[in-house]
Design a protein around this ligand. Sequence first.
Ligand code: NAD
Length: 498
Amino acid sequence: MSVVGHFINGEHVLKGEPTQDVYNPATGEVTKQVELGGQKTVEEAIAAAEAAYPAWRNMPAMKRARIMFRYKELLEENAHRICELITDEHGKVLNDAMGELQRGIEVVEYACGAPEFLKGEHSKNVGPAIDSWSEFQPLGVVAGITPFNFPAMVPMWMYPMAAVCGNTVVMKPSERDPSAPLLLMELLSEAGMPEGVVNMVNGGKEAVDTLLNDERVKAVSFVGSTPIAEYIYSTGNANGKRVQALGGAKNHAIVMPDADLDNAVNALMGAAYGSCGERCMAISVAVAVGDEVADELVAKLKAQLEVLKVGRGTDNSNDMGPLITKDAYNRVKGYVDAGEAAGADLVVDGRTLTVEGCENGYFLGGTLFDKVTTDMTIYTDEIFGPVLCVVRAKSMQEAMQMINDHEYGNGTCIFTRDGEAARYFADNILVGMVGINVPLPVPVAYHSFGGWKRSLFGDLHAYGPDAVRFYTKRKTITQRWPSGGIRESAQFTFPSNG
Ligand code: NAD
């Protein structure tokens, strides 16, 4: 059986370390193994990145960007191969994998603008014959640690921007779907990336802890669940590193009485059940304002769930595939059990679903609860599965208060035809990414991605302009070249233009 190892110094290497099974979630079969890198392997990757740093940092930004241009073309040429690997190990439908990859490619396209966004700032004559400029210097070796649910896109939020800014990189993707990230590394080498600039180590906690504790690593970008994000942030900070750690979510959509309900229902179906609900921007709570809209909303969602096509991700006619692992299946099913026991109205029960020919796959059908209350675990916790909870509110204020009181603040959306209400919502909601009749307001590559509250630890968001700030240090240089024989006498007052 083939084993996925690590990508160090421009080549795929195996170290003979312990392995973990990689599954096809549609069938439950073990298809590969992944090697779990220990401290020594991670240190080797850090050393490779450190050795590559001086030459890479001094390479003209335009030349670094050209590698990204070639990389973009190779990613497009190999899109189908990459997405097949995503579907085989994650389970999501191929077309959905294509969407994820395309969003990653858009970050690479943005990274091609490095010469422009690294230009810095310049001021002439800030004092007599004195000029001053700020430049954005790379940090050194940086690390990226990523989750299973976007095995291509989320790593691509990190290493293209980190590298074009002049850093060298060690990535640690999810051990649950490691094949697509490995192919991404191989294509990067093919695009001309010098050896050691971007490395990848597979592994679990030991690999992550090595990255967090090694003083050669100057910054860590993390995306994953909130408890781990908090751990990464506090440990990385305590070790003097710059850290951005994006965590979990519970994204609410408010459905106002004046909303175009059919549009809202279509949008909610895709946002709640697409990728089997395993998206950090998935809508998992619909807050209906008023009983009338709630009744109609639930009836329309129920009708659509009855025709939701669940099956293998390799068949593009399916709407959603399986959950990632047996553990994930049991955890999500446990939440459905708990919601039912707590007295929520289980309108559509996905637990009874079987997919013919895939009896050992991790399939759970689309599930819908109504009359969910804010004390239930199906409301408070991130379920990360195909479960949509409808909560009934009496007013928009009550709905907004619910969102503002929730521990997470990643994404949210309002469905309405009322511009004044939408504007008020966007202005006052305590969430980082807001949609107005847009259910998945994932910012495009030239903006930046990040939530509020316990959905993000750190100050700067992922990719876009914030990534330039995260992956560089500002240095401000002030210079004077005295001319015409002018010599200043000693000045004991603070220099100013006063
Ligand atoms: P996870 O937190 O279990 O794992 C993320 C990464 O951390 C993986 O690389 C994993 O190997 C590593 N890790 C796991 N346990 C660790 C430990 N004890 N110590 C050190 N490292 C550890 O997350 P997941 O299950 O892979 O992904 C799903 C989660 O990611 C969800 O909570 C989802 O909301 C979140 N997510 C957030 C965003 C965002 O942008 N905010 C995007 C995608 C996913």
